[in-house]
Write a protein that binds this ligand. Structure first.
Ligand SMILES: [Mg+2]
Ligand SMILES: [Zn+2]
Length: 176
C-alpha cells in the first residue's frame, strides 16, 4: 500500500495572509509566496516514498469573495513549482453539507481509495484545527504548524511544529 502526507495549502505550502490574528488565502498568484523550507521538505518526503496531496478548504468561492479560477490559478502555480501529486479543493461553505470541507475527511478518504493509501502510515499537516481534526477523522497521524492564530486550537495533534520543514523532520524520524 501507498503512504501519503496530506498537506493543507495556506499557511503550510504558501504564506497565509494574517489579518487580526486570523489566516486568509492570498488573493492572487502574485500575492502567493511559497514558504522558505517547503520545496526542500517536499523533496525529502517524496524521496522517502510519500505521495504529496494538498487538501484545501476554499470557502471564499461559496461566499462569492473570490473565484474558482483564482483558486485554481494559485493551485496551478504551486503545482508547477513543487513536487505535489494532487490537489483536492473544497469550494463549499459550512452550510453546504459537503463531505470534503475539513474537518470532514471526505477528500482524504477519496484520495486513499484512489491511491490505495495506508492511513496508519500517513500524516496530515495543517495550521488550523480543521486540518488536524480532518486528519484524525481520516485515521492519519497529525502535525499542527502553530502560528499562534487567535482562534480555536486543535486538540491532541501528534506533533506541534513551526514549519513544514520541521514537520518533515518529525515524519522522517517517526518512521525510522
Ligand atoms: Mg491553512
Ligand atoms: Zn466541500
Amino acid at each position: 500500500m501507498a503512504k501519503a502526507v496530506f498537506l493543507d495549502r495556506d499557511g503550510v505550502i504558501n504564506r497565509a495572509i494574517v489579518r487580526e490574528g486570523k489566516p486568509y488565502p492570498p488573493a492572487t498568484v502574485e500575492e502567493t509566496e511559497i514558504l522558505p523550507d517547503v520545496a526542500e521538505a517536499l523533496k525529502r518526503l517524496k524521496a522517502h516514498g510519500y505521495l504529496l496531496i494538498v487538501v484545501t478548504n476554499q470557502p471564499d468561492v461559496a461566499r462569492g469573495t473570490t473565484s474558482r479560477e483564482t483558486v485554481e490559478a494559485i493551485n496551478a502555480y504551486l503545482s508547477a513549482s513543487l513536487p505535489i501529486d494532487e490537489f483536492r479543493t473544497c469550494y463549499h461553505d459550512s452550510g453546504d453539507g459537503c463531505d470534503c470541507r475539513k474537518p470532514r475527511p471526505g477528500s482524504l478518504l477519496a484520495a486513499a481509495a484512489l491511491h490505495d493509501i495506508d492511513m496508519s502510515r500517513s500524516f496530515m499537516v495543517g495550521d488550523r484545527w480543521r486540518d488536524v481534526e480532518a486528519g484524525q477523522n481520516a485515521g492519519c497521524k497529525t502535525i499542527f504548524i502553530d502560528y499562534g492564530y487567535c482562534e480555536k486550537q486543535p486538540e491532541a495533534a501528534d506533533c506541534r511544529v513551526s514549519s513544514l520543514g520541521k514537520a518533515a523532520n518529525y515524519i522522517l524520524e517517526e518512521v525510522q
